[in-house]
Design a protein around this ligand. Structure first.
Ligand code: GDP
Ligand code: MG
Length: 833
């Protein structure tokens, strides 16, 4: 009897919990497990929820939930056992004994359904199992509706249903609608997916839909005889692990492998099977984003998601499925759901220029192709498809790797060379704007804020926009063509060496663009430990925001070797990522990895539009950053540096300047002396400004942290710029830009010149250049490694689900940065002299 049918005061013992995986898990966690007694506290007809008492707790269940739980009452037990025992035995037995035996009897019934493509061999298998003589035929549509049979095996009673053949579970044909309704309404304990192994690609398509439904599936790898005959090699155990579905090879026509099939069924039913798990098919970044946003709305209908996986419903909605749409019409928030779905469909279709049904189908086939590539070796004559032909070259054993390196190199090379032109245009634009504002405004805080704060601060960052857009253009192109997935494939072996998976590789590459989307991309990695490790090492992938700093410093101090050094910095980042990953995998994150599928989507000629959209999507984040956090930081840094306007020495300087100025004003001064006096005034003014800066709030902060950064050879200005870089790495440059605008008359010296000329104002090194080549290197190393940026930290927090790893990242990166920069500075100085 269903638990929902029990009346108030009655009780039953749980025999079975039906329904999809997530539901079963939740309900068993609440204590509803086989053999437990449930008493109905209150079950008013037509009223929801129903109150129960189980193991002494009061729990309320919705009617829909209770109808997925099967219980046994004493009367039922008596009835069930009447075959086995005599009337007398039954009246003598105590009630608990009776019910216990009844439960055992009831839970030993397994309902299975055969689902598969037409001609996969379902009816053949059904006949062998049931001993029936159903008509088998080599054409589709033979099985029009379902056939039932029962048989016993190893003490279990199997109720088996042979369902009509379908290629898919969309709602196009009556067969498909029939199969779907059967699964949802009858809730078979186990679905046996019969697959024709001579056409795995097409047959597994249906399997992906069963996976979406989150039901318990076993795969009968039928026509296995033909696969053997062809001489193909198929690692079906591995495939089973990848899909979380046990694969059992069978020959339906001869009844081979069916015992194993039933043994596996019993194992899965009694939850002893090791392979069974629920996986998510990854539909790619954009579709996944749509899924997530629709899911939020669907999940508001807590009744509905008892019997349907919300993810499944969303996927169906994106496929424009009529049946699911009708199902949802009954929900109060149908209109809201519809609005979001329509919006998401429009969004996806405008990005890909393809309808969402095709997009999802493509993703499913990509998933299958990826899984087969890992497990299937075809024997003699290969089918030649364009994708395969291209794959043969791009993922070739020897050529794959060099091609990959070349493409990455090309990306970076083009980014830098092509980016230089627009960069210099913007640079001169910013400069002209500064000079113009300078000339039309009168002196004062506002002018200083505009010229030395906003224009030079934001300007020093905005010049890198073209570089970043170009980099994003390439990354988007690699993603959209489908190459990035292949790159992950090529890297898989290497990634395994550091304890990770090829899938970790894509986030890492994306990290070169921006760490934030990279950390979000780790979502596709199913294993939590691997995901965390990938997240933690991603910050070492030097993001494009750090690029401005490198270009500035390298251009200033190593103009001849800039290219090679830039490459070395990136390389150092990669080495650190690899090393830390290995350490993490050996210490904090030891696990046995579950294998998973790397999707190989078909190659697509990306539309310029989709590339531009993706490029813009990423680029606009950069612009937003500029008009938001960077602008605020620039103003903040500027204000801290601008105030207070006077130090203790200001008066003294003013006095000195006044004396010299007075001399200058006397008429009897010879022209030569006049010139040198002007110079003296200029120098005094510079000294005054420098003195004021040291005394400014910024200077005080800088001097406060100076002892901590001194061992790396940094002065307070560098310290302040590093502090400001915590908000965003570009701000390091803008802060240096603001800090070094200390000349009284803003001349045309650019920031590079100013860095080169900067000298220590005090201490042992007074008068010496702040930036030596060694300091510059130490500074670059520090920039590469330390505190990623607030956005990354918050991304790690939200993706890992706890502050723990976010805070951990702050500490381990910054300590490592300090250590390596310290070593670089000390060892560098030893070598140089
Ligand atoms: P259904 O449409 O899924 O019910 O498939 P049928 O059971 O009607 O089988 C279709 C055809 O495939 C029949 O001719 C069967 O004899 C044949 N067949 C079924 N299983 C196997 C198998 O494992 N090996 C081979 N070689 N043929 C099979
Ligand atoms: Mg059939």
């Amino acid at each position: 009897m269903l638990l929902s049918k029990l009346k108030t005061g009655e009780f039953g013992i749980i025999a079975k919990v039906k329904g999809r995986g997530a539901f079963r898990k939740r309900i068993t966690e609440m204590g509803f497990v086989k053999g437990k007694k449930v008493i109905v506290v209150k079950n008013a007809p037509l009223k929801d929820p129903i109150e129960y008492s189980i193991m002494g707790y009061e729990v309320s269940l919705r009617r829909s939930e209770a109808s997925l739980i099967e219980v046994i009452t004493p009367e039922e037990a008596r009835h069930l056992l009447s075959e086995k025992y005599s009337e007398q035995q039954l009246t003598m037995a105590s009630e608990p004994d009776l019910v216990k035996n009844g439960v055992r009897e009831a839970s030993k019934t397994i309902n299975i359904a055969l689902v598969g493509n037409p001609n996969a061999g379902k009816t053949s298998i059904f006949n062998h199992l049931a001993g029936a003589r159903e008509h088998v035929g080599n054409y589709s549509g033979v099985t029009v509706d379902s056939k039932n049979a029962s048989f016993k095996y190893k003490g279990y009673l199997f109720n088996i249903t042979d369902l009509p053949g379908t290629y898919s579970l969309t709602a196009y044909t009556p067969e498909e609608v029939f199969v779907r309704r059967f699964i949802h309404e009858q809730n078979p304990d186990i679905v046996i997916n019969v697959v024709d192994s001579s056409n795995l690609e097409r047959n597994l398509y249906l399997t992906t839909q069963l996976i979406d439904m989150d039901i318990r599936v076993i795969l009968a790898l039928n026509m296995y005889d033909e696969l053997i005959e062809r001489g193909d090699k198929f690692d079906y155990t591995m495939m089973g692990k990848l899909l979380g579905i046990p694969f059992v090879p069978t020959v339906g026509s001869k009844g081979k492998g069916l015992d194993k099939l039933l043994d596996t069924t019993i194992n899965v039913y009694t939850e002893k099977d090791k392979i069974t798990r629920h996986i998510h098919i990854n539909y790619g970044e954009e579709i996944e984003r749509s899924i997530t946003s629709i899911q939020v709305e669907i999940k508001k209908n807590s009744q509905l998601i008892v019997s349907y996986s919300s993810r499944y419903l969303v996927i169906k909605l994106l496929e424009k499925d009529r049946v699911v749409d009708k199902l949802l019409k009954a929900e109060p928030n149908y209109q809201e759901i519809r609005n979001i779905v329509n919006h998401e469909i429009l969004r996806l279709e405008s990005i890909y220029h393809d309808d969402t049904e095709t997009l999802i189908t493509d993703a499913k086939y990509g998933f299958i192709a990826g899984a087969l590539k890992e497990t299937y070796r075809e024997n003699p004559h290969k089918r030649h498809q364009t994708t395969r032909q291209i794959d043969n070259i791009l993922t070739h054993k020897f050529w794959g790797f060099p091609i990959f390196i070349f493409l990455i190199w090309l990306t970076f090379f083009t980014t830098f060379t092509l980016g230089q032109y627009p960069m210099s245009w913007i640079e001169s634009g910013v400069e002209i704007l500064g000079i113009f504002i300078n000339s039309i405004m009168s002196d004062g805080p506002l002018k200083d804020l505009l010229v030395n704060g906003i224009i030079s601060g934001v300007g020093s960052v905005i010049v890198f926009l073209p570089n970043i857009l170009i980099l994003f253009f390439f990354i988007s192109m690699l993603e959209d063509t489908g190459y990035m997935a292949r790159a992950a494939f090529i890297m898989d072996k290497l990634m395994h060496k550091i304890g990770l998976h090829g899938k970790s590789f894509i986030p890492l590459i994306m990290g070169f663009g921006c760490n934030v989307p990279a950390i979000m991309a780790t979502r596709t990695i199913e294993n939590r430990n691997n995901r965390l490790v990938t997240m933690l090492i991603t910050p070492f992938m030097s993001c494009s925001a750090r690029l401005p700093v490198y270009i500035l410093i390298l251009g200033a101090f190593f103009p001849e070797h800039a290219g090679n050094l830039l490459f070395s910095i990136y390389l150092l980042g990669i080495i650190l990522a690899v090393a830390t990953a290995m350490v993490f995998k050996k210490t904090i994150f030891k696990t046995n990895d579950l294998p998973f599928v790397m999707e190989l989507p078909p190659y697509r000629m990306p539309t310029l539009r989709s590339i531009l959209i993706h490029m813009w999507h990423k680029g606009s984040q950069y612009l937003k950053k500029m008009s938001g956090v960077i602008l605020v930081a620039v103003i903040f840094v500027w204000a801290l540096g601008y105030y207070p306007r006077k130090s203790n020495n200001t008066q003294e300087f003013d006095k000195k300047i006044e004396i010299v100025a007075e001399k200058l004003n006397t008429n009897s001064i010879p022209p030569i002396l006049r010139d040198s006096l002007t110079t003296v005034i200029h120098q005094l003014q510079m000294k005054k400004e420098a003195d004021r800066q040291v005394n400014s709030y910024l200077g005080r902060i800088g001097r406060f942290i100076e002892p901590a950064i001194r061992p790396m050879g940094f002065d307070w200005k560098m310290g302040v710029s590093l502090l400001s870089g915590v908000a965003a790495k570009e701000i390091v440059v803008s802060t240096l830009g603001v800090l070094y605008q200390s000349d009284v008359e803003a001349d045309n010296n650019n920031l590079v010149e100013k860095l080169r000329n900067e000298t220590h104002q005090s201490g042992k090194l007074q008068g010496k250049h702040v930036f030596t080549k060694v300091t510059a290197i130490a500074f670059l190393i520090f920039i590469l490694i330390y505190f990623p940026c607030v956005a990354v930290i918050s991304a790690i927090k939200s993706e890992s689900g706890s502050w723990k790893w976010a805070i951990f990242t702050i500490f381990y990166t910054t300590s490592l940065a300090w250590l390596l920069a310290f070593l670089a500075y000390q060892i560098g100085n030893l070598i140089i002299g």
